[in-house]
Design a protein around this ligand. Structure first.
Ligand code: ZN
Length: 174
């Protein structure tokens, strides 16, 4: 129902989750390699993962744009080309997590206001939505999906749950 799962995760799990969002399983593999080294070049990552160089670079830059990895550049003395040395910036995950929590908190507060300011009616069929009073009158108190009568739905449990989650998040963010 609510994307509060992030709170229960460790920093490492958050890191993997973020990597997966940004670049799928390949990004997770890259992050796992970065975790075990101080610094590593794109070519070394290719050798270890068998992921194509272009893909490795694309993912690394995406992670870099979110400050999850850092970058140091040196020049190859023989070829004159740049060598990119990548490293994980795990402390950045903390900041990412705080921002995520702030976003979740805002959503929860908005949701709580909505729950508190509406009265809901529900047909009882799992998966069908609860309908606010104003809208339910338009449907003459019949579910628009299954046509069953809409009954008053007590949302005090939801309000309680949201209030608890919000308090918990506020405490964590302090
Ligand atoms: Zn229904």
């Amino acid at each position: 129902m609510i994307d509060g799962d992030l709170m229960a995760l460790s920093n490492r799990e958050v890191l993997y989750k973020v990597a997966r969002i940004l670049g799928g399983e390949e990004a997770v593999s890259i992050v796992k390699i970065l975790e075990n080294v101080d610094e590593i070049t794109d070519e070394e990552i290719v050798a270890k993962t068998k992921i194509k160089l272009n893909t490795v670079r694309k993912i690394l830059y995406r992670l870099y744009n979110h400050s999850i990895v850092g970058l140091r550049r040196t020049r190859d003395e023989k070829t004159g080309w740049f060598i990119f040395h990548w490293r994980l910036q795990p402390d950045q995950i903390e900041g990412f997590l705080i921002n995520q929590k702030k976003k979740i908190l805002e959503k929860l507060e908005e949701r709580l206001r909505y729950e508190k300011s509406h009265e809901f009616y529900y047909c009882g069929t799992p998966g069908h939505r609860r309908i606010p009073f104003e809208e339910a009158t338009e449907y003459i108190f019949r579910c628009p999906e299954c046509d069953k009568p809409l009954m008053y739905y007590d949302n005090s449990k939801i309000i309680e749950f949201l209030t608890r989650k919000i308090e918990q998040l506020r405490a964590e963010l302090q």
